[in-house]
Ligand binder design. Sequence first.
Ligand code: NDP
Length: 395
Amino acid sequence: MPSGQDQEKAWGSERALVSRREPLYPTGKSTSPSVCLRVCRMSRCSTPGKRQVVVTGVTARREIKAAYGGVFALSWRAREMDMKYRRLGKAGLQVSELSFGSWLTFGPQLDVDHVKKLMRQAFEAGVNFFDNAEAYAKGQSEELMGIALADYRREDLVVSSKIFWGGSGPNDEGLSWKHLMEGTNNALARLRVEYVDLLFCHRPDPNTPIEETVRAMDVIVRQGKAFYWGTSEWSAEQIEEAHRIAREHGCIPPAMEQPQYNMLVRERFEQEYAPLYERYGMGTTIWSPLASGILTGKYNDGVPSDSRLARESWLQAHLSAERVAKVRRLQEVASDAGCTMSQLAIAWCLRNEHVSTVILGASSSEQLDENLGSAEVLEALTDDVMARIDGILAN
Ligand code: NDP
């Protein structure tokens, strides 16, 4: 236990200062290696002779409270200091390497208070990018995020939406000029913002010429309704086509893609898109880093009734004995690396230099806390560990 002399409590501020050099929190007391790692991390402090211990996360706070007593614990509300920011491909925009998305959670699982709480938690950990789409919870997800966004300085945030599935009418769907314009205007109204930073064409549209889509997105960007436009789950060939058309007509080309990328789904990101990173400086905001939770290990012994795959049974098609067997073996790697399975899976995504940001999904503060700790295990993913993972994945 740190003595009173060892500590200097910064009441009312977000930091606590200590003069001890050794880890503040004894390793043996933590039930979770990641919590221990986070509690013990020290960074430079502006006060001479003092060290600053940065503590984040509800789990860590809860454990410190148990170890050091409630009064002391109250001062440990620090803002994460070491979130890293990556350029969105060759664009000048900086996005936090971990970001936060709202699919299937904002609305169906999280009400406005929880949305606010989790967004605050992510923001305080350094997350600046929040992802959304007109399709999510039929617009309710954007509405909830819009309420939460009012608490922030717009300049501190990178906000996205995606257009494709806007409703059931014949012109509510797809990438026609009409739906792109109307869908964007509706998304901005729900999000209560004048512009989104990133606007994605949520899927390729076989019923609209790519030229029409490129021209409409060019106009949307020039109108200042979006700063960068991009694609989501387009083939490399379709993205190439969009660039060719943009070049030919003097239009603004797409800057980024939003593909699925995780340990179980990697072929398109790593193989098919490979030439595009160099050729166009394409940025990426990758989705489902945990394959909807399969990579947490929570489905190893069946489908828990309070889980995503129980609520969205169509996603169970992605759960197979082969995948579960891989996750079981990966859990041994995680254990050796001193992290959780979720953290290993997310850090593995971060290890790829073509990833601009990993969009996290979380239905609770505890999950978000755990997932935000992923960047800290990155250094444990040495070439040898990556090779061991590759051997298990065999994909
Ligand atoms: P994940 O693959 O990380 O899945 C997130 C879900 O897994 C959570 O909602 C939770 O579900 C479970 N989970 C997460 N962390 C933990 C944990 N530590 N322990 C246990 N369970 C956990 O991400 P998403 O599929 O949500 O994708 C992330 C974001 O990407 C989305 O929010 C969206 O913004 C974007 N996206 C984009 C798509 C596109 O087409 N462009 C498609 C899909 C997503 P539960 O607790 O309910 O079981």
